[in-house]
Ligand binder design. Structure first.
Ligand code: AHR
Length: 666
């Protein structure tokens, strides 16, 4: 019993949340009975934020870093517009490059490069090192694109550099660490105005850390911008799409919704850093990138269109979070500023942006904003239902005033949208209490609660929602994770979350949505731990916490069957749900103690139970963790099992077990 995690409620022998104290010596029993209560079909979703390089260099499949020359020292003190680029002068080639801002492709993308070639040699141009190198695979196709224009005589500082009428021949090339070509293609830049160029390269070799090289092959000059390289194979073969392997492991979670773009990214570091959805749609080279809340640059190439499209591709509901007219309470703290507010005079325009988002997502293709969605290739509506307003805001009078204005406008113009409000950053305390009081006063339909807490907190709070008022606002457990003091993803944290998720299922009538956070973290670029999925350019590491989320996501239900656990000295959270579409019944059990427990399962209350079932088990020592060197230390193992209305099942120590049973009834 050394490692036993005991809820004080259970230790006190109280009947709480379906866990009953057993008589001394009585075996553990789990009884499932009907008819069951409907629970939210959207209970398990995901929280996506561009934190830890989740977007550029991560899920967004773009391979070129600083493709539009927009990096600067305000994004990161070590950066400038030249970051990640190097001048290449091959053979006896001679030339130079610089950055310019006059007559850019678009005002949102002000910087571009000028390349002057005074002596072509074997080519003069630029190379890009990507995000920690560019991963290239033999046989795969890569799409190259950029915008360029030839320079007029004398443009570009100095010499006459372009020969009128003659296009500039270019070579785009993938190059291994050793300088060997992994494929190349010839292109031409022609014309005095910005024009797009496209080509593709099929890689002849592989290199995890290649670079991209673009060489001008004649004397003259060009202006060039938005230099892009994508693998042709993106998730679902989308243009401007997502890294296929990463998107796939996300899809495998079977999330019912995706929350985006955060987190703190949504309300930003000060009002000028609030994430503005309109800046993130339309032609990619015309989007307005900005400093990421987490201190790097976000190109917003992965913007609202791509988020909505990804949701649709994987059958998840979009759940955008917009700022409530205030910025993050941590804004500009060095100058003692904290949460900042959009001036009241600007709130009508801000609220109009919110209305426009709904039109963009759901309006007909003939509407102003629906037409922009259609132009991007999606004439039909996206079916936006949930909209989050605010994230971890301080529940100040200024916040309340702005939130109320937004909520009223949404109620009036879009009663079909379910609004999610916020209750601060903690699961209790001042903002939490004020947030809930305010939500009740103004009838906010759903309140977003956040908790990053030690594993024990999750066991201590298994009954948190049992007593929530079913008539008041509902709950979105929008960000949570069990955190060890050293921030490592252990089996212990995963079991704490699994235990808690059984309680979420039991309370799925009041908790409508939930999501673990954060989702993604790139090795070497993390600002926050623990996360659910780690990755580098070629590998993906799935944490034990990921496996728990996946098991719940793939085995969710819409009916909760009363699950009564009679336990003695054992903390054994369990839940049972039915998926009425398939008729399957899914029993989940967590044994957080260090001894195996034999449970008597009484499933007589399940109608038309079939004997064939599968059991999936994840177990190990509490400190066990998946790492890049040992990625399968903790993985779920599945096997067939015969079940009946009464049978015994041994629940291993430190484990999560899931039994999926067929029934003949839907
Ligand atoms: O998930 C990481 C951060 O945690 C989120 O951006 C923020 O909402 C919370 O504080």
């Amino acid at each position: 019993m050394s490692n036993l995690i005991k809820s004080p409620a259970i230790a006190a022998g109280l009947i709480l949340g379906g866990i009953l104290p057993a008589h001394a010596g009585a075996p553990l029993a789990i009884r499932v009975s009907g008819p069951g209560k409907p629970i939210s079909p959207d209970l398990f979703g995901i929280f996506y934020e561009d934190i830890n390089y989740a977007a550029d260099g991560g899920l967004y499949a773009e391979l070129i870093q600083n493709r539009s020359f927009e990096y600067d020292a305000t994004h990161n003190p070590a950066w400038n517009g030249f970051t990640s680029w190097t001048i290449e002068q091959r053979g006896d080639g001679k030339g130079l490059w610089m950055l310019e801002v006059t007559e850019p492709i678009h005002a949102n993308n002000p910087h571009y490069a000028i390349l002057r070639v005074s002596q072509p040699g074997d080519g003069v141009g630029l190379s890009n090192e990507g995000f920690d190198g560019i991963p290239i695979k033999a046989g795969e196709k890569y799409d190259v694109s950029f915008f360029a224009r030839q320079l007029y005589m004398n443009e570009g500082y100095g010499e006459a550099i372009s020969i009128e009428g003659k296009p500039m021949p270019m070579t785009a090339r993938l190059e291994g660490k050793d300088g060997k070509a992994l494929g190349e293609v010839e292109l031409q830049v022609k014309g005095w105005t910005w024009n797009p160029s496209h080509a593709s390269i099929t890689a002849t070799g592989s290199d995890d850390s290649a670079r991209f090289v673009l060489l001008a092959k004649a004397k003259g000059g060009i202006a060039i911008d938005h230099i892009s390289l994508f693998p042709t194979k993106t998730f679902n073969n989308r243009r401007n799409g997502l890294r296929a392997d990463l998107a796939q492991v996300i899809a495998d979670l079977h999330p019912k919704f995706i929350r985006f773009p955060g987190g703190c990214v949504a309300h930003g570091m000060g009002i000028h850093n609030i994430y503005r959805w309109k800046d993130t749609i339309g032609p990619v080279e015309q989007r307005r990138g900005q400093k990421n809340f987490w201190n790097y640059y976000q190109s917003v190439g992965l913007g609202y269109f791509e988020y909505f499209q990804f949701c649709e591709d994987i059958g998840a509901r979009p759940l955008p979070i917009l700022a409530a007219g205030v910025s993050c309470p941590h804004s500009d703290q060095k100058r003692g500023k904290g949460q900042q507010c959009i001036p009241l005079a600007e709130m009508p325009a801000y609220i109009q942006d919110i209305m426009d988002l709904i039109e963009w997502a759901n309006g007909p293709a003939t509407s102003t904003w629906g037409a922009k969605r259609a132009q991007a290739g999606h004439p039909g509506p996206f079916g936006l239902k949930y909209l989050g307003i605010g994230n971890e805001d301080r529940i100040s009078p200024e916040f309340e005033e702005r939130f109320r204005m937004i909520l009223n406008a949404l109620h009036e113009k879009h009663p079909e949208i379910t609004v999610i409000g916020t209750a601060g950053s903690q699961p209790d305390g001042e903002d939490f209490d004020h947030g809930w009081k305010f939500a009740r006063e103004i009838d906010t339909p759903i309140v977003d609660e956040h908790y990053y807490r030690p594993p024990q907190w999750f066991f201590d709070n298994l009954n948190r929602y049992d007593h929530y008022d079913r008539k008041g606002p509902k709950v979105y457990a929008g960000e949570y994770a069990a955190q060890e003091t050293n921030r490592v993803n252990t089996l212990r944290t995963a079991l704490a979350e699994a235990a808690y998720m059984t309680a979420l299922e039991r309370n799925g009538d009041v908790v409508l949505l939930s999501s673990y956070a954060p989702l993604l973290a790139k090795q070497g670029h993390t600002q926050w731990r623990p996360d659910m999925i780690y990755f580098d350019n070629t590998r993906i590491l799935l944490s034990a916490n990921y496996h728990v989320q996946k098991l719940f996501g793939q085995n969710s239900g819409d009916l909760y069957l009363t699950t009564t656990v009679t336990a003695e000295n054992a903390n054994l959270p369990a839940s049972c749900v039915k998926d009425t579409k398939t008729g399957d019944v899914i029993l989940k059990m967590v044994n957080a103690s260090d001894a195996a427990v034999t449970a008597k399962l009484d499933l007589a209350g399940i109608d038309r139970l079939q004997p064939d079932a599968t059991v999936t088990v994840m177990s190990g020592v509490p400190d066990a963790r998946n790492a890049f060197e040992s990625p399968a230390a903790i993985v779920p193992l599945r096997k067939s099992i015969a079940v009946s209305s009464n049978f015994e099942y041994e629940i291993p120590a430190h484990s999560f077990s899931l039994i999926r049973i067929k029934t003949t009834g839907h």
